[in-house]
Unconditional design. Structure first.
Length: 433
């Protein structure tokens, strides 16, 4: 264990105590309880409102910087960002008094090089897909092999425990991958345009590649379970899917030895948003389904409008609980199809916050969702804010505007958090027009 200076130790303990007090506040405890009710499809007092700053995090943090030794920056940065978000944004994020330490996992790759050429902006890049002819090139692929550095992972956990373990719960929480959607990885191998054209030019080859990638993910999931690296991911320590939080009474809380059947899972296929439902059902969904069914609960969708796919996804994924409602989604159609059986994670239009900040348009954006989604389980998650033009007040103001519109909707009897009564007089979450 490295030698920690008294100054660094005092800094981290001060941050931990400050964050612990935030987590113990009435507002945050209310948020945790309301998120659990939402995810369990029970009525909430109002739709929940959360901000996940993502690309605008640096602007939100301003001049605040890590001051501790570099080996402590992981813990310090996490605490500083949580405190800043909680104190400044004052949204409904369900903060937990925890420090989450992940396993240090590596993999060998797929046996082919995928060189990337980055621009000088916020992370854009181009790449040369290595597979040109699937009939010949598919044989070049090798399934990934994984390894975990348990010694360094345990040392990191012990260090956090020594520093702040009496103030916060130091726990192992591992999120080894984001999505089992598959298409983002297939596109790395063949290219975006080629994925589309292969559906016509080489359907057999595309089916073979999708099956190969499905099997690669299945083997990875098997490895995680076999190694005992899985923990719960529904205790609000971090978000689920493409934005939201997943506390629920449906799944057990386990600090080790969990299976995927005891966890949240996520899939999407943003890149195929322009593909017809028929082609999606033929080439994409069949390979996602067996992976999604391994999870206890599932979340589907990100930036793509899924209204044309939602019914087939619901039919094939019985453990589906949350669906993303993108800024350009047909909200009325999604509300009708989901019919109260899913949480609608609405992603408001981030350009109204990132470009010119237009309060009337932001209000209309929120009000439209409240009007169209009726009495269905609903949360708002502002994300994909790659910049706020150096004005972090925009994020907090968005929270205020969203809450004001929710209050107005409630006054008009449109509050989606309040269930309409069934004909037998028993309230039921999700009933609505």
């Amino acid at each position: 264990m490295p030698t920690i200076s008294p100054t660094d130790r005092a800094t981290l303990r001060s941050l931990a105590a400050r964050y612990r007090d935030i987590c113990a506040s009435d507002q945050v405890r209310w948020s945790r309880q309301q998120w659990q009710r939402l995810v369990d499809l029970q009525p909430t007092e109002r739709p929940l409102v959360a901000v996940q700053p993502e690309g605008a995090t640096a602007e939100l943090m301003g001049d605040e910087r890590c001051t501790c030794a570099p080996e402590l920056h992981g813990i310090e940065k996490g605490l500083r960002e949580r405190i800043r978000r909680a104190e400044f944004l004052q949204d409904d994020t369900p903060w937990t008094p925890t420090v989450d330490i992940q396993w240090r996992v590596k993999d060998t790759g797929w046996g082919v090089d995928i060189p990337q050429h980055h621009g000088d902006n916020r992370g854009s890049f181009v790449w040369e897909p290595p597979l040109k002819d699937l009939q010949k090139d598919l044989a070049r692929l090798r399934h990934r092999e994984f390894s975990v550095d348990r010694a360094s992972s345990d040392a990191e956990l012990a260090l956090a425990q020594d520093l702040v373990g009496d103030l916060l719960t130091v726990q192992r929480r591992h999120c080894g991958f984001w999505t089992v959607g598959l298409t983002i990885d297939v596109i790395r191998l063949v290219g975006l345009e080629q994925l589309m054209t292969l559906m016509y030019d080489d359907p057999e080859g595309l089916h073979a590649l999708m099956a190969w990638m499905r099997d690669d993910y299945a083997q990875m999931m098997d490895w995680y379970e076999r190694e005992g690296l899985l923990t719960s991911n529904h205790d609000c320590s971090f978000g689920i899917g493409s934005g939201a939080y997943g506390p629920t009474t449906t799944l057990p809380v386990l600090d080790r030895g969990a299976t995927f059947a005891q966890r949240w899972g996520f899939a999407e296929s943003q890149e195929t948003v322009g593909v017809s439902p028929k082609l999606f059902q033929k080439f994409i969904l069949p390979y996602q389904v067996p992976l999604m069914r391994r999870f206890g609960l599932a979340y589907y969708g990100c930036c793509e409008g899924v209204e044309r796919r939602l019914a087939m996804i619901m039919a094939e994924v019985p453990n589906l609980r949350v669906v993303s409602m993108a800024p350009w989604a047909d909200q009325e159609k999604m509300a009708a199809i989901s019919d109260g059986k899913l949480v609608l994670a609405r992603k408001p239009n981030p350009t109204l916050v990132c470009g010119e900040f237009r309060e009337p348009d932001i209000r209309e954006d929120i009000a439209t969702t409240l009007r169209l989604c009726g009495h269905r389980p609903l949360c708002f998650v502002l994300k994909d804010t790659h910049t706020v033009q150096g004005e972090p007040w925009r994020l907090r103001r968005w929270v205020e505007l969203a809450r004001e519109e929710i209050a107005l909707a409630k006054d008009r009897g449109l509050n989606p958090a309040v269930p309409k009564p069934r004909r037998d007089g028993v309230p039921r979450s999700g009933d609505g027009a």
